[in-house]
Design a protein around this ligand. Sequence first.
Ligand SMILES: [Zn+2]
Length: 672
Amino acid sequence: MSAALVVCAALTAGGVPAMAAAAVEYDIAVRVDPVARVLEGRSVITADIPGAFVLELGKRFEATRVLLDGKPVGPAVRNAGTLQAWRIPEGAHAARRLEIQWRGKLSPLDASLDHRQALRAAEPVSGAEGTFLPDASGWYPRIAGALARYRVRLELPRGQRGLVAGRLIEESESPTGYRAGFEFRHPAESIDFMAGPYRIETGTLRGAGGRPIRLRTYFHPTIAALARAYLEAVKGYLELYESWIGAYPFTEFSVVSSPTPTGFGMPTLTYLGVDVLRLPFIRATSLGHEVLHNWWGNGVYPDYASGNWSEGLTTFMADYAYREREGAEAAREMRLAWLRDLAALPPAQDAPLAAFTARTHGASQIVGYNKAAMVFLMLRDRIGRDAFDRGIREFWHDRRFRVSSWAELRRAFEAASGDDLTGFFGQWIARPGAPLLRMADAASARAGSAYRVTVTLSQSAPAYRLRVPLSVRTVAGIVARTVRLEGERETFALEVPDRPIEVTLDPELRVLRRLAPGEAPPILRQVMVDRTTVTVLLPDGGAAREAARSLAARLQDHAPRLLPPGDELPAAPVLVIGLQEELDAWLARRGLPSRPERVRGKGSAQAWTASRGDGATLAIVSARDAASLAALARSLPHYGRQSYVAFDGARAVGRGTWPARPQLLTLPSQSR
Ligand SMILES: [Zn+2]
């Protein structure tokens, strides 16, 4: 399994809270029986809303009582979605009181759901191994578009424990069952409910100003032994981000295990798959990302209408920051992976950051997480680390628990740096795609006692305003320079003290750009996200055909477009799946590169990429037999960032990427 499995989704609601100013409170009491899969609830809603509003509840639930200021409310409207709705007319006074009782059946828990399916499902699921009631399932009645403070008291049968985000205010256990009460005193966008056969471990951290922060793990018994290590790791992250950004905004943080392979960040907690929590690298990466979402996403709310900046900023200050701590090489690797992902994305699918709302599929993840993280990196390179960190602290101080847009971020960084950043944010947030940058020409000449290197850079139109790092290798060492490229083609002169040998464009990969074909060696993800990909299935029948067909469907975000094996290949990415011999014969017949040395003879199945003569990517999946092919269905989709992988059954036994080649021009040696 790779880290891609646990890319998180901050579970905040998908709409802009339209009534952010309204004062709404929910007082919810809910009882869930995971074995019978039954939920029963009662809620009192107090709403200080001057006009009419809409009350919503999941359609699957039966509202047995709906009272407005003590009087029954008419039947709900059942519209096309998953919710039923009551239109509450404008009242004589603004303070309204609604009382609702409801009950209903929950869907059975399907622990075999993969991460993408689990993210998409807005169903309330329950079973002895776990209960997850996502906000979007409408498991409790809420006022559409309102942020709300809440109190939730929950009741579960003996052996089960559960929680929602917030401060634990009461907890008790008796022979009949478990009860707990939670309170969330900030206007919240959503409430998600989790329960399971949990063992609870606790710890305490003295936060900023000596404030105690209660730490907990709610783990399935099979991973209970990991609890201490997780509590320690959470402490480290809370300390890191309190000193970097500002005081942790809540009174607790919990790590909760899920029977499905999810990765959700919610205020005061993270909900991670039980198999995910077992992976040793999670504590070093994803956990910190989820902790940081308490500042970005669940502390300051993104303004979805103008683009969700919170995943990008969280990726930059968590995943990327940890790589920087590891060293310059590890950080560069991550930047290369981001740019390679971006290069794998067809331009038509590359949306502007302003259009990124939440994670829905692979392509939007590339834009929302990686591209945005790279924009923050360029911003820090431009204004400097001190101004960047000041901007971050200012933004946090001013925008806590408020819906905030990219424009608010820009203003915070402008205040901290004194720079006008309108142009910078304008081009990187509003424009789709990225510039294609080329070093068109380079030459050198003597200039007195020194040397002058002239470099011509070009970029795709319309031009971006870029600061482009160049490095000149001279007989005495490396000279680094940054030039400002603002047109489609410009020539720059650089003075260097010693005889220059070669010049390299953006050697550290610090500019968000579309890598040129040689710079971006093909990776498997290309055929997964590009909707123009055609798929060739070589087996003509039987179990091998079936395994190939279902693997093709698992690998792609879209329905595979099949091409008969004998047809001419179009100028588009091609995915070929087959058994070893037919595959080698197919490649040979078409004059395509044969099986590379790196995977030849390794394991029971191999996947690799190659560039065709016309530059289009070819991705090949080859297996010894039908069973070896079928074994890839769950694992291969996690290796999108690789150029090649070899498998023994479902286990990867070798993988890697073809080397990247930076744009480099050799300077002819000049006569003295
Ligand atoms: Zn995230």
